[in-house]
Design a protein around this ligand. Structure first.
Ligand code: 6PG
Length: 467
């Protein structure tokens, strides 16, 4: 039997779909899974009659691949990746290439790439976004790792990726963990945008008393304009879905406790190390965390009260929420891109932000029309420190800021929690201020700890005996 062009380990939903995607594009694929049953199911089911080569032990799998071997891991992030690598390593030859396509923590990817590169292998941490359908029909792929080996995997990755007008949604991100870092921040942005959408839904539901079906119409309309994006599109679909058993909108029957797998949290944890504020992503994270305290919230709801008046908002407020949502999204991307910019410098990734915006335009969860002006902003000024300083996007936020303020004011008045809208407006107001009140914080620090301060009227470092 001919040796396969690529091998894929891990046949859960994402892995299986990626293998079928590769095969569909003409690449012969060897597949292996820890439990043989899964491999057999694929070979005899969706893989029947295709150029898929099922293998049942790791040595057989490795032998079935054409050199230099290209191996794509789609196993659960964390210990399972290390376990597979430990099994693989003794079977590999120098020059072989291992790609980890899971949502691995970027520091793990740094450790693994050092280890594998030291042993003479090439290693890539590959961010893959797009869920099940993306994996099968074309995901967004963010590979980072051994630069010189990239041409050996590029034809496969770019061919199976989603395609947009200006090319495949796959590009080399940078060395080491660059790909997984970009994917982590993508997910942070995903959290922020999802939180903003949920808040918009809550305001329209609570403030205007709109039903799920009415809201579905609103999101459907929004998806036809500048807000057009995958997340708005699926929101419309979710809101219009009727539970066949109860004939009620399914969304109304879903328990209000959000899950998470870690990537959004990692983004929020890493940003402070780089000194970059990402309050929209932080807000999305605590929005999920407080949702998880369901039992406490149910108790608190009996005791803690909100504002007495529940004035109904005017129907025209729908458009205000739409504008605020778009503005909040721009501010979320501004924070995510600012984080990537600093990470690029501090971690030596040398990221191309315009190219990242370009590949995010297709296949991934945060694909959106908004990525066009974002791509253009960084193409025009690759060193742009913050998207809010771009003439088009910053100008738009300037003009639309009143929508954001109105949404926050109304939400506060009605007692509707809007952590991500609040964060958006606070970030904007902080970023646009030449002078912030931290002169007082500096004075307090100097008061209790002699931490010293600087002055605006003279140079030097000062300390005062305040009492
Ligand atoms: C993607 C998604 C994908 C996954 C998230 C969900 O880009 O395809 O981000 O990676 O659905 O990890 O994350 P949470 O479970 O943390 O919401």
């Amino acid at each position: 039997m001919d040796q396969s062009a690529i091998g894929l380990i891990g046949l859960a939903v994402m892995g299986e779909n990626l293998a079928l995607n590769m095969e569909h594009h003409g690449f012969s694929v060897s597949v292996y899974n820890r439990t043989a049953e899964r491999t057999r199911q694929l070979a005899e089911g969706r893989g029947r009659g295709k150029k898929l080569h099922p293998t049942y032990d790791m040595a057989e799998f490795v032998k079935s691949l054409a050199p230099p071997r290209r191996i794509f891991l789609m196993v659960q992030a964390g210990a399972p990746v290390d376990a597979v690598l430990a099994q693989l390593k003794p079977l590999l030859a120098p020059g072989d290439i291992v790609m980890d396509g899971g949502n691995s923590f970027y520091k793990d990817t740094n450790r693994r790439s050092k280890d594998l590169e030291a042993a003479g292998f090439h290693y890539f941490g590959v961010g893959v976004s797009g869920g099940e359908a993306g994996a099968l029909n074309g995901p967004c792929i963010m590979p980072g790792g051994t630069r010189e080996a990239y041409p050996l995997v590029e034809p496969i990755l770019t061919t199976i990726a989603a395609q947009v007008v200006d090319g495949p949604c796959c590009a080399y991100m940078g060395p080491g963990s660059a790909g997984h870092y970009v994917k982590m921040v993508h997910n942070g942005c995903e959290y922020a945008v999802m939180q903003l959408i949920a808040e918009a839904y809550d305001i329209l539901r609570g403030g205007l008393g709109m039903s799920a079906a009415q809201l579905a119409d609103v999101f459907g309309r929004w998806n036809e304009g500048e807000l057009s994006s995958y997340l708005i599109e699926i929101t419309q679909k979710v809101l219009s879905y009727v539970d066949p058993d109860t004939r009620q909108p399914l969304v109304d029957l879903i328990l209000d406790q959000a899950g998470q797998k870690g990537t959004g949290k990692w983004t929020s944890q890493d940003a402070p190390d780089l000194g970059i504020p990402i309050p929209n992503i932080d807000a999305a994270l605590w929005g999920r965390n407080i949702s998880a305290l369901k039992a406490e919230r149910v108790k608190a709801a009996d005791f803690l009260t909100g504002p007495a008046a529940s004035a109904r908002l005017d129907a025209s407020f729908v458009e205000v929420v739409r504008d605020a949502l778009y503005t909040g999204m721009i501010i979320s991307y501004a924070q995510a891109m600012a984080l990537l910019r600093t990470a690029s410098h501090d971690y030596g990734y040398d990221l191309n932000l315009s190219e990242i915006a370009r590949i995010w335009k297709g296949g991934c969860i945060i694909r959106a029309k908004l990525l066009d002006p974002i791509q253009a902003a960084f193409r025009g000024s690759p060193d742009l420190v913050n998207l809010l300083l771009d003439a088009e996007l910053g100008g738009l936020v300037n003009r639309r800021q009143s929508s954001l303020r109105q949404v926050v004011q109304q939400a506060v008045g009605l007692g509707i929690p809007t952590p991500a809208f609040n964060a958006s407006v606070a970030y904007f107001d902080s970023y646009r201020r030449a002078r912030l009140p931290v002169n007082l914080i500096q004075a307090q620090r100097d008061f209790f700890g002699a931490h010293t301060y600087q002055r605006i009227d003279r140079s030097g470092t000062f300390h005062t005996e305040w009492e």
